[in-house]
Design a protein around this ligand. Structure first.
Ligand code: ADA
Length: 920
């Protein structure tokens, strides 16, 4: 008798005589048999799930047979695997006398088993089956055995649960603009690393993520060739082949795991060789749609869809296209959608691949309205809390927009973007994240998630940690991915169970007793409050031009508007409350405070820091596993604590300084001094903790970074570089107080006049004006200057027709023999009849000429117009054309390129008392 038969007979004998005792318990030394019956093994997702299950069963000592279903009954452990709609499922149910009354939603699954009956894994679809298999695998891993009785059924709340990876870098490539990164092994060696992809995709399926977004400016010139535009390809033949190979590999491997790959791109960016051939810029926000660019893009998209019909597209209509307007609608409906349709037609496919439209720098509801009649498989996406994580109580106009998009009836995706305020420290607060996902449903009415890496987005796959071998985000930030996925699947989980769940996970990770692991969790949830609260109450912007963990300057606390305050942060991405400047004013006027105040947040973050440190210290000496990582987590907790104290003390100092603005009493400044000193001490601690722990604070190291300091050429990326700045600020403040007390040098240094430069104007302006009171500034109105900053007096202003500026925009072509700065005056008003100031939150190219910051606030007054803020555009010698977009603006004149412009507030708009000079 062969061994297998002996095995079966023995099994039968034993199970007959001891039916209540499992076979496994009786002869553990022998292999038990598990038979997996699969109704449709041709489906790749099912195959993948079944394979995982098989391996898990083998690990716990089973011999596994995988078979198609048949009419005869199998004996022993039988696991039936099927989709709900498979006809064969019914046959099996009657053969084994089973019941399956489960009603499942998309991607849902059920696992059921009664004693002595086969186990049933049923999925609504192939993904559901896959998740069911993996759920059983997890249970096997947890318990070390196959359950005798089980009855569970699950389905996701969010229909799309995705992560993203940027094919982008911390710095720009030489000679290229923002987002312009062809797919090459030199720029992205990791992109070609198949083992790394498998690790990443396994992590995704483990967490039941079902979508992977690849972000890039213009990916098509790395992935497709067009016969009409052969010169547009940006990579050599060998790289092109590698790209094809890896893209196919990635999409196939993703598909097996129930993951849908989505390629993102920005509009309108064209490949460098294409731009050069046609004498165009690769991107120009103020250029109208040009037929050749539209034709090229449409054909690129068609070729891409033809080649990868199962890859979705994520579209940013903003940035290098005019902000909001008809062009967006036209580009989407006349170029992008037709491109996708051409591609489908070429391969005779009728199933539309999904197109996700980002509500970034575009009027997405309007675009959707025009697009839906043409294409059905549309989705929308908008940023959850800007480019940061600030609140789980979003509100205001941004919440309105989300709801509006959700109510279209298509799926609306929540984009957890960049996380500029979390970089680079570890962050995974289950409490904050669960509440955020709940808010996505209840406030935004959304039902999908798109998740950025926790930190170092621009530096994928590495973290910012200093280590002998660079750490990988996928390893370090495991909990970040797990937490969002867990709540995207099901957000309504009881707090108590969650504490136990995460306690268990952390206990496993660090080899800790459960109670000690809960201390680690407590530390993470305490620190989890710090960065969100700090940014939403004190920050300049939710965007990645601010690196929160590097701190802020005094002038940024006391005069945030000077730094281009992004008010939506306070109005929509924070609970109701007060800004520092509002609080100070109300205090002085003895008015009632409302909501979350700066003082309350200062106290709260200090308390969070203290509790976090206490909690992590309690667990510290019990750690038995992964001690190095634990030491890093602990160090991060100390960093958060030092940062919280730095901010709290500096805010308290700011409030005292602002009080001086009203009281004129130097004593208020004196009160601020020890607080400012203390903030510098805490920052010194932060430097101590980060010095050997981190390579940088922020992964974006281009000139887009502004707060606290300009980050051009990877400068001001480390705390060490910031400490001298804060020390200098303190010294200057002491000096200012002394000067005030001795009544000397008490005001701003005398402003130096800007030196005019004569340039040759070849097109654009319609005459000149002198920067003097009474001078008319436009050709079509009599409006004249009523006051202006003294620095501007020598400059020769350029006149434009205001109405023309509003309709077609302002364009100026000139030739200069020396470096110049062109000063442009922006009216301080959000009305679209005025040219809107450059805004890095919605336009990453907004600092290409160094123009993003206000150089002189409230610098010109013109009767009947809002106050004017001056920005400067830098140019090298040569001939240039500057297009600045639609809306009225002043072109104040050309000044010497090498003359410094000290940033200041001319205070002509009623806010005469400027106290920034106390610190600079
Ligand atoms: C801003 C930000 C960019 C990018 C962009 C976007 O411009 O500065 O880095 O995140 O938004 O695509 O949302």
């Amino acid at each position: 008798m062969n061994k297998f038969l002996k095995y079966i007979i023995l099994n039968l004998l034993i199970s007959c005589s001891f039916s209540a005792i499992t076979f496994a318990e009786i002869i553990p030394q022998k292999k038990r048999l598990a038979t997996i019956l699969v109704t449709d093994a041709s489906q790749i997702r099912i195959k993948f799930g079944v394979e995982k299950l098989r391996s898990a069963l083998i690990t716990i000592g089973y011999e596994v047979k995988i078979k198609p279903v048949s009419k005869t009954k199998e004996i022993g452990n039988v696991i039936v695997i099927s989709t709900l709609s498979d006809e064969k499922l019914q046959n099996i149910l009657s053969l084994y006398n089973l019941d399956n009354k489960k009603d499942l939603g998309k991607e849902g699954f059920s696992i059921s088993k009664a004693i002595n009956k086969p186990m049933l894994i049923v999925g609504k679809d192939a993904s559901g089956v896959l998740y069911g298999c993996l759920e059983l695998v997890n249970q096997i891993k947890e318990t070390g055995k196959l359950s005798e009785e089980i009855n569970i059924s699950e389905q996701p709340e969010m229909v799309l649960r995705g992560t993203c990876i940027g094919l982008q870098k911390p710095t720009l490539l030489p000679g290229r603009g923002t987002y312009e990164y062809p797919y090459t092994p030199e720029s992205f060696p990791w992109f070609y690393d198949k083992a790394m992809w498998i690790q990443y995709l396994d992590m995704m399926v483990e967490n039941r993520y079902n979508s992977l977004y690849l972000w890039n400016g213009h990916p098509f010139s790395s992935l497709v060739k067009l016969k009409e535009y052969p010169y547009a390809v940006e990579v050599d033949d060998e790289t092109f082949k590698k790209n094809e190979d890896i893209f196919r590999f990635l999409t196939q491997e993703a598909d097996k795991r129930g993951i849908w790959v989505i390629q993102m791109f920005y509009n309108i960016i064209i490949p460098k060789p294409f731009a050069e051939k046609h004498n165009l810029e690769t991107q120009d926000r103020n250029r109208p749609i040009i037929p050749i660019i539209a034709d090229y893009t449409r054909k690129s998209i068609a070729a891409f869809v033809e080649k990868y019909p199962n890859v979705g597209l994520l579209i940013t209509l903003g940035e290098a296209m005019e902000g909001v307007g008809q062009d967006d609608v036209d580009w989407f409906t006349k170029t992008i959608i037709p491109g996708v349709q051409d591609g489908l037609k070429a391969i005779g496919q009728t199933t539309e691949p999904p197109i996700v439209l980002r509500a970034h720098d575009t009027d997405a509801p309007r675009v959707m309205k025009e697009a839906l009649p043409l294409y059905k498989n549309l989705f929308t996406m908008a940023k959850f809390n800007g480019e940061a994580l600030t609140t789980y109580t979003p509100r205001g106009s941004w919440a309105e927009l989300h709801r509006k998009l959700s109510r279209i009836g298509t799926v609306h995706v929540e984009n957890v973007h960049i996380l500029a305020n979390l970089e680079p420290f570890r962050y995974s607060s289950p409490d904050f994240i669960q509440k955020s996902v709940l808010a996505m449903h209840s406030v935004y009415e959304a039902n999908a998630l798109h998740l950025y890496p926790q930190a170092s987005y621009w530096d994928w796959p590495f973290t910012a940690d200093k280590a002998d071998k660079r750490l990988l985000q996928i390893d370090r930030d495991w909990m970040w991915y797990k937490t969002w996925a867990r709540y995207a699947w099901n957000s309504n989980r009881k707090r108590e169970n969650e504490v136990n769940y995460w306690g268990k996970e952390l206990a496993k990770k660090y080899g800790l007793p459960q109670e000690k692991a809960k201390n680690v969790l407590a530390a993470m949830e305490e620190t989890g409050e710090i960065s969100p609260k700090l940014l939403r109450r004190y920050g300049i912007t939710d965007g990645n031009r601010q690196t929160l963990t590097l701190g802020m300057l005094m002038t940024q606390f006391i005069n945030p508007f000077r730094y281009g305050l992004f008010t939506m942060l306070y109005e929509s991405e924070a609970p109701e409350g007060e800004m520092i400047i509002e609080y100070a004013e109300k205090e002085w006027k003895n008015e009632k405070h409302i909501g979350e105040t700066p003082v309350r947040v200062a106290d709260e973050v200090v308390a969070h820091g203290k509790k976090a440190v206490e909690a992590i210290d309690k667990a510290s000496k019990f750690v038995t596993k992964d001690k190095t990582e634990f030491a890093r987590l602990k160090n991060d907790t100390y960093c958060y604590n030092a940062m919280a104290n730095f901010y709290a003390e500096k805010v308290r100092a700011s409030l005292s300084v602002l009080r001086y603005k009203y009281s004129n009493d130097v004593k208020d400044l004196e009160k601020a001094l020890p607080l400012l000193q203390s903030s510098v001490n805490h920052f010194t601690d932060l430097v101590k903790y980060t010095k050997n722990a981190y390579l940088y604070a922020n992964s974006m190291q281009t000139k887009q970074r502004k707060i606290p300091m300009r980050g051009v050429d990877a400068t001001f990326i480390h705390w060490e570089e910031m400490l001298p700045v804060y020390q200098k600020e303190l010294v200057r403040f002491k000096f200012s107080i002394d000067s005030l007390k001795s009544q000397k040098n008490v005001s701003v240094k005398q402003a130096t006049l800007f030196e005019n430069v004569e340039v040759k104007i070849s097109a654009g302006s319609e005459g000149f004006y002198q920067n003097e009171k009474g001078q008319e500034v436009f050709t079509d109105t009599l409006s004249a200057i009523s006051d202006l900053a003294v620095q501007l007096k020598q400059l020769k202003g350029l006149k434009f027709n205001r109405e023309k500026q509003q309709i077609v925009g302002t364009s100026l072509t000139f030739t200069t023999t020396e470096s110049v700065k062109l000063l442009v005056g922006f009216f301080n008003d959000k009305n679209r009849k005025f040219l809107q100031a450059p805004e890095l939150e919605t336009d990453a190219s907004a600092n290409d000429y160094g123009q993003s910051e206000i150089k002189i606030s409230n610098a010109v007054l013109i009767a009947g117009f809002p106050a004017v803020n001056i920005h400067a555009y830098s140019f090298k010698p040569g001939t240039h054309t500057l297009n600045v977009g639609k809306g009225a603006c002043l072109v104040v004149g050309f000044m010497k390129g090498n003359q410094e412009i000290p940033i200041s507030d001319a205070g002509l708009a009623g806010n005469k008392k400027n106290i920034d000079w106390l610190f600079e």
